[in-house]
Design a protein around this ligand. Structure first.
Ligand code: 8DG
Ligand code: CA
Ligand code: CA
Length: 333
């Protein structure tokens, strides 16, 4: 998952977003309190799209998603220019170490904790102890600097055209969509989230062996043309790896998911995000008597048991069923 960006400099509440994002990362990686993490992320998203400068905690509290605790932090920050909680977090070396180590792809909070317990507290130190790492983590460490660099839109466009050319030559009916922040029209992205499907491949006739070979063949084709350079993991429906356009470009994180045709649009919706938008969409679905996930939209009966997935042929269909005004990808946070 790409690192969450607080907001851009044009946001009048940029500094609040910065410290709240930092608190969110702390809750995710160190305390592993996913509820607090979500609360901070929600506040960042609300403040990032608020058009004017917030001048007090009270004013902030009027916004949906900002409660008393966060309002108090905004007041403290406005009055003192800093936050005691963040100061304390910064001065604790264990926190800093965990935050640093989780920047490596494949190292989650639990692994970071255990490395710190063993005395490994920095990337530099970690490079001397690769025997403690999985293949995924070793590759993540090897490309640590590259993987932290943002990918300009234009480079993803070029990568997209290589993928399209290679895979269409393999099978013209393959459908390929790059989702994530790229599909939302962002100028740069943390990684490349690719979804692939084929009309002959549906969830009711999943032939595991066939499916497995399909993704494997896709990856092999992309390796042969020189685009894919690393495999972090390869399952029957998910590839995690890296690609490189040419010698002039850094190594980039590339994920490819192979999706049954009937689940394609729910999946595209989910992986386009943003994650805040997804939350909003799922909440709305529930209000309308549906349950929505990355696979399907299903009506929830009076008993509370989800029924059969409704048939979907486009993203618009999902919005229509839920009675939700369509939002273009660029409008989804
Ligand atoms: P970025 O890579 O440029 O940093 O941003 P992104 O493309 O929006 O984020 P991402 O981490 O690559 O995730 C892609 C989409 O997947 C995201 O926009 C929404 C969806 N998604 C969630 N929750 C999660 C999650 O916990 N992990 C991942 N990998 N994706 C998620 O809604
Ligand atoms: Ca991703
Ligand atoms: Ca992404």
């Amino acid at each position: 998952m790409g690192k969450r960006k607080a907001s851009d400099d044009t946001n009048p509440n940029h500094d609040f977003c910065e410290f709240l994002s930092e608190l969110a990362e702390y809750e995710k990686n160190v305390t592993r309190d996913i509820h607090r993490y979500s609360a901070y992320r929600k506040a960042v998203s609300v403040l990032a799209s608020h058009p004017t400068r917030i001048t007090s905690g009270d004013e902030a509290r009027k916004l949906k998603g900002i409660g008393e605790k966060i309002a108090k932090k905004i007041d403290e920050f406005l009055q003192t220019g800093k936050l005691r909680k963040l100061e304390a977090i910064h001065s604790d070396s264990t926190n800093a170490a965990i935050n640093e180590l989780t920047r490596v792809t494949g190292i989650g909070p639990a692994k970071a904790h255990s490395l710190v317990k063993e005395g490994i507290t920095s990337i530099e130190e970690l490079r001397k102890h690769t025997d403690k790492l999985t293949h995924h983590q070793i590759v993540g460490l090897r490309h640590f600097e590259d993987f932290e660099k943002k990918i300009p839109r234009q480079e993803i466009e070029q990568i997209e055209s290589v993928i399209n050319k290679e895979l269409k030559a393999m099978d013209h009916d393959l459908k390929i969509t790059i989702c994530g922040s790229y599909r939302r029209g962002k100028a740069e992205s943390g990684d490349i989230d690719t979804l692939i499907t084929h009309p002959n491949f549906t969830s009711d006739k999943v032939d595991k062996k066939h499916k497995n070979n399909m993704l494997k063949n896709i990856v092999t084709a992309l390796e042969k043309c020189g685009l894919v350079t690393e495999t972090l993991s390869l399952g029957e429906s998910k590839f995690m790896g890296a690609c490189k356009l040419d010698l002039e470009h850094p190594t980039r994180r590339l994920d490819i998911r192979l999706i049954p045709y009937d689940q394609y649009y729910c999946c595209i919706l989910y992986f386009t995000g943003s994650d805040m938008f997804n939350k909003e969409m799922r909440t709305h679905a529930l209000e309308k008597g549906f349950t929505l996930n990355e696979y399907a939209l299903r009506p929830v009966g009076v008993t509370g048991v989800p029924g059969e997935p409704v048939e979907i042929h486009s993203e618009e269909d999902i919005f229509d069923y839920m009675d939700f005004p369509y939002k273009k990808p660029e409008e989804r946070g």
